[in-house]
Write a protein that binds this ligand. Structure first.
Ligand code: ADP
Ligand code: MG
Length: 328
């Protein structure tokens, strides 16, 4: 049976979300692909959370990789295969050859990078493809008043990139994308623990610490947690206790870079629109928006009200949904 289906995709560095018109968000999976290198070309053995589980604990020939890096396609074949599997799953495994797919790309990607996304989606089975810049999609998903002449600011903190954009009249007026985001927070935690305690922790442990304990500003239930790592001195496993204050210190440089990106964008915004933002505030989205106290810190440093979008991780894909359902 042939039928048409409208699908929205947020192809993020950390997570891929898929929206199907009439159904809502049907897929939210990490953007990870596990490939077996014994084959030529390498064979995809798992995608998504199944593949993520394999990071750091795969047998020799199987490697788990992030096909999207800093918001752009780093491994074309792996991206296309991951999309193919998600699109098939999203459409209930049915045969379709008339899918209309809207996909988000970061603002400021080159024509070449945009084409790579387009081609990957196409080779995954789409017939009609439209591309939307992700800050615009996120602003729509966060229900900001994008169609009016009033300026709004959206800050999307993902895994590989943080994107700051000022939007008015359904267009991006000023934007800045920096390669500092959630992954760098994890790395900062790894480096901090290595420097201070001579202990090596893995990527996933670092992310876990960030989510359970991380903050950008003092908060009420400060605490501590036990962390397992490998002692760099004798190579043996070791447990240490780490506090929320220590993690805040570890994250402070990364967080500051994000604040600076917002400041720079404001400086480059036409005065009338900057005035709108001073009044109406800044909206945060993306997984990084969930870092405790980030809103407070930005508010304090820039003296502008800050709000976290409802469902910050879903904003971009929700925005494609609104567009596909022609509610805008
Ligand atoms: P992308 O758009 O790049 O795929 P996402 O918007 O899905 O990224 O956000 C992923 C990032 O958000 C990851 O770095 C993840 O660790 C981080 N993240 C998720 N939940 C939290 C949380 N509660 N606190 C801090 N960071 C978080
Ligand atoms: Mg994103």
């Amino acid at each position: 049976m042939l039928f048409s289906q409208d699908i929205g995709i947020d192809l993020g560095t950390a997570n891929t979300l898929v929206f199907v018109k009439g159904k809502g968000i049907v897929i939210r999976e990490p953007s990870v692909v596990a490939i077996d290198q014994r084959f030529n070309p390498p064979r995809v053995v798992a995608v998504g959370s199944q593949a993520k589980e394999m990071i750091g604990r795969t047998p020799g020939s199987v490697v788990a990789l992030h096909p999207i890096q800093n918001g752009v396609v780093a491994d074309f074949d792996a991206t296309a295969e991951m999309l193919r599997r998600y699109i098939k799953k999203a459409s209930g495994g049915s045969l379709f050859n008339r899918a209309r797919i809207m996909v988000c790309v970061p603002s400021g990607v080159t024509e070449f990078e945009r084409r790579a996304v387009n081609d990957a989606v196409k080779s995954a089975g789409a017939k009609y493809i439209s591309i939307i810049e992700s800050p615009l999609a996120s602003a729509i998903g966060a229900s900001l008043p994008v169609t009016g002449a009033t300026g709004s600011m959206i800050v999307d903190i993902g895994g590989g990139t943080s994107e700051v954009a000022v939007i008015a009249l359904k267009d991006i007026v000023t934007s800045l994308s920096i390669k500092t985001a959630g992954d760098d927070m994890d790395e900062a935690i790894i480096n901090y623990v290595k420097r201070k305690y001579s202990i090596l922790i893995g990527e996933r442990t670092a992310e876990d610490i960030k989510i359970k304990l991380g903050s950008a500003f003092e908060y009420e239930e400060e605490g501590a947690m036990n962390v397992k790592g490998r002692n760099l001195v004798d190579g043996l496993p070791l447990n240490i206790e780490i506090t929320s204050q220590e993690i805040r210190e570890a994250l402070s440089d990364t967080v500051q870079q994000i604040v600076d990106a917002i400041r720079t964008t404001l400086e480059n915004t036409p005065p009338e629109l900057a005035a709108d933002i001073m009044d109406n505030g800044i909206t945060l989205c993306g997984g990084g928006a969930l870092l405790r106290g980030l809103d407070k810190l930005i508010e304090q440093e820039l003296n502008i009200p800050v709000e976290i979008a409802d469902n910050p991780i879903d904003c971009a894909v929700d925005g494609t949904g609104v567009c596909l359902e022609k509610k805008l």
